[in-house]
Design a binder for this molecule. Sequence first.
Ligand code: ADP
Ligand code: MG
Length: 378
Amino acid sequence: MIRPGATLGLLGGGQLGRMFTVAARTLGYRVTVLDPDPLSPAAEFATGHLNTPYTHPASLAEIAQTCAAVTTEFENAPAEALLALAERTLVRPSGNAVAVAQDRSREKAFIAGNGLPVGPYADLRGEADFDAALARVRLPAILKTARFGYDGKGQATIASRADLAKTFTDWKGVPCVLEERLALELEISVILARAADGEIEVFPVAENRHAHGILDVTIAPARIPAALAAEATDLASRLARALDYVGVLAVEMFVVGGRLLLNEIAPRPHNSGHYTIDACRTSQFEQQVRVLCGLPLGDPTLHTPAVMVNLLGDIWRDGEPRWEAVLRHAGAHLHLYGKREARPGRKMGHVTVCEPTLEAALEVALAIRRELGIAESG
Ligand code: ADP
Ligand code: MG
């Protein structure tokens, strides 16, 4: 067990890292953040900030020397950096698990290869793959770059073969996956922690609404039949075991025709788990600290229904939003990430509304959205 007082290393210093750092510091740990951004939101709370690229040898050497354990908040922090660190210190999750999660082709092959459900898709490496892909995937489809996509970036709708050829060329032939565009009834996510001894604790299944490819609202617990929630929990747990995963893992799923399909995984806490900070007995970030340090896993039970609303840079259009609109609601918890520059689509913060009933939480969340000028996602 790594005891409080030790220093933990964190690759990536965005808002997820910020909330991890707060949880780690609360438990008495020191945190060194590695992030090239001098304005890293996590670094504000960290005891140290290595302000270099992720693969910088001197930074990795310093982390290996000073940190009792290392984790990540960002799948694009190179898996190689994690693998290199693993030779000298404890790394959770493993570089191998992160390498699967950061590449859509490997991720989908892994999911399907373990007998877990995934929608029709095909890998594209070059024009020679077009015929086979279009035979497997019905149009309209979605083309996604295999790497570096997030919040709907690196995705395009494909209506025809000509569309496919043009977009693939526009993207300079980088490896892609083509996915059938599914008629989604609902999107849900399962976040769990798996400890080194194989013990798994699963947070309540969350229901997610997206707007323009970006998470907009999370509702917990998801309004789905108990059997479907149990199946989602089981699928996520099977995936974690298949990956021999140690850490916090998020699994995004689609509900299509009443059945579950796995969409993608994130080797870290997830935006759809922010509600756990205010609504669960243990947050996803404290759970990340616990699993990293080999502490007993926390209780993920929901103690109040919750609705989380993302605050994107769009609502800074006319200057700083009027936070009174949030703060005067007793059940609303405001979280801001300390980012200096508000750009449209940029995640700046979130609000979690906790009320005795989900209906009441939804009503307050709706009122807050209206007052902040957030458009309805439908
Ligand atoms: P990322 O979250 O990394 O940007 P996703 O693959 O999760 O990428 O896509 C973002 C959102 O786009 C999803 O949450 C979903 O709303 C929508 N989407 C993605 N793939 C499909 C699909 N095959 N069919 C229908 N909608 C999709
Ligand atoms: Mg996603």
